[in-house]
Write a protein that binds this ligand. Structure first.
Ligand code: UTP
Length: 222
């Protein structure tokens, strides 16, 4: 099976090297039977640098470009942990990624105005992936931001149409915190890629999100 992961930067960047190694080992194990693509997010370092640049008067596109660099630094940290299982140079674009002969391919952001969720959805299209797994630091998709709205409920299942509706309410600014960005939602809708949103704090969710049995949100066409 071809699996694309969107690995939120908050999952990797704040972790100690031993824990990053555990993620790498889980991915290497999966790569024995599957082709794995991993798009790594920017997490805290992206948000901090974007905030500093914005305070200094940078434009949103400038801030997006800072975010992209942060995602690539995090992707390199994962590549370091993967060792010989993945190329040392992270993929710089979709062609690089799909043309790689490695069983594991790592990349970060690509172009301004989106997040790595959108990159992972487009990579899933390009690679004809059978499964997209969005690995975040929350339990799945909620009806609203649970940190702001205490009555927000987690959704176990959601249609691609409902996903687009929810995603359209989110902010498009550089570094904005949202469960899934609007462009990613539209790509998932148009391609009907079977997608899971899972909490990456539990490492077993990498496997369960791809192969079944996860307790996050499953996104399907009607
Ligand atoms: P992330 O993909 O990490 O955003 O990109 P996120 O989903 O908000 O964060 P986490 O990792 O799940 O916590 C960080 C920022 O980098 C820019 C955007 O500004 C984004 O908010 N970015 C990233 C781009 O402009 N283009 C890309 O292709 C990727």
């Amino acid at each position: 099976m071809i699996i694309v992961y969107s690995l939120g930067g908050s999952i990797l960047a704040d972790l100690d090297p031993d824990r990053i190694k555990q993620y790498a080992e889980a991915l290497i194990e999966l790569s024995n039977d599957h082709k794995i693509y991993i798009v790594v997010g920017g997490g805290r370092i992206a948000r901090e640098y974007i905030q500093k640049a914005r305070t200094l008067g940078a434009s949103e596109i400038f801030c997006d470009n800072i975010g992209i660099i942060a995602t690539r630094i995090n992707a390199m940290i994962l590549a370091a942990a993967l060792g010989k299982a993945a190329p040392e140079d992270i993929a710089q674009n979709y062609s690089d990624a799909v043309e790689s002969h490695y069983k594991i391919v790592v990349m970060g952001g690509i172009s301004p105005g989106q997040t790595t969720d959108a990159v992972s959805a487009m990579l899933a299209e390009r690679a004809h992936a059978e499964r997209l797994v969005i690995v975040t630091s929350v339990d799945g998709i909620y009806t609203a931001d649970p940190e702001i709205v205490s009555s927000a409920k987690k959704l176990n299942n959601i249609t691609t149409k409902e996903l687009v509706h929810l995603a359209m309410k989110t902010d498009m600014k550089a570094g904005s915190r949202s469960p899934i960005d609007p462009l990613a939602a539209k790509i998932i809708e148009r391609s009907s890629i079977p997608t899971a949103v899972v909490n990456g704090k539990k490492i077993e969710n990498l496997k369960k999100g791809a192969l079944g049995g996860h307790d996050g949100t499953e996104i399907k066409k009607e």
